[in-house]
Design a binder for this molecule. Sequence first.
Ligand SMILES: [Zn+2]
Length: 279
Amino acid sequence: MRWFSAVVAVAALSAALFGILGGAQASPGAAVAKDADGLLPGEVLERAEFALIDARFAPEGTALAEAPDLAMFTANGRWADTALPVPVRYVFATDPKEVSAFGSLLWSLRRWEAVGGQKLRASYAGAFATGPGVTCTDRTRDNVNTVSFTKLDSKLLGTTCVFFANVPGTQTRRILEFDMELTTEATWSASETTAPSAFDLPTVVLHEMGHAIGLGHTAVTGTVMQEALAPGTQFRVPAQDDRDGLISLYGDAAAPTVTPMALPPASFATRRLPALAKE
Ligand SMILES: [Zn+2]
């Protein structure tokens, strides 16, 4: 079996200053309610760092030299309770011919929600036109969370960039926006079984959504958030390590249980593209 290694880069690439968004100023002495993260309104948003989390796949035989030595999930931040459900928009205009990740996206949102004992919720918020702020590469924040296709580097299946703010005085990061890009250059499949030469689109979308909601990679194999993906394989169900990661971020024993949905066959990507064609 051919295995493709994945290399993760979770890096604060730059620090960007931007305006306080809707920050209500507390009057001295006034009793202003703090939110679940212990923050006053507007307290978090003076400074944002841009984090790029990407999943690369390398030619056969490439060692996992850059794989972090982790025993379990990593977490990069979380959405505030007040930001739930996370609104996600889909850029239909960038779909390759006969390929769409729309069905995989809807399914992946429910798949993560259906992890019990936690309150992460995300919902489809409509179509979005392509333009500035959609891609990761332009590093533009537009307050819209998008999923689109693009021609990525020939060794990239997908990339998700997450904008977050450090919560002052804590080790907590609050996620403010994400943009997910899937490559047009892979041989995608969303069939019930994945051909040995194809990559499972639902698995990749679920993995990238994991980044979008705050999860990093894990060294535990057989997980959604593992850092290696082989063609012909699927990881469509969050494993215990994935679930532990989500619960660490959004744990709430009282949260109602969400039922996962079946992948809608009509939204499957079935077109086989030339595998990793170079220009
Ligand atoms: Zn990843």
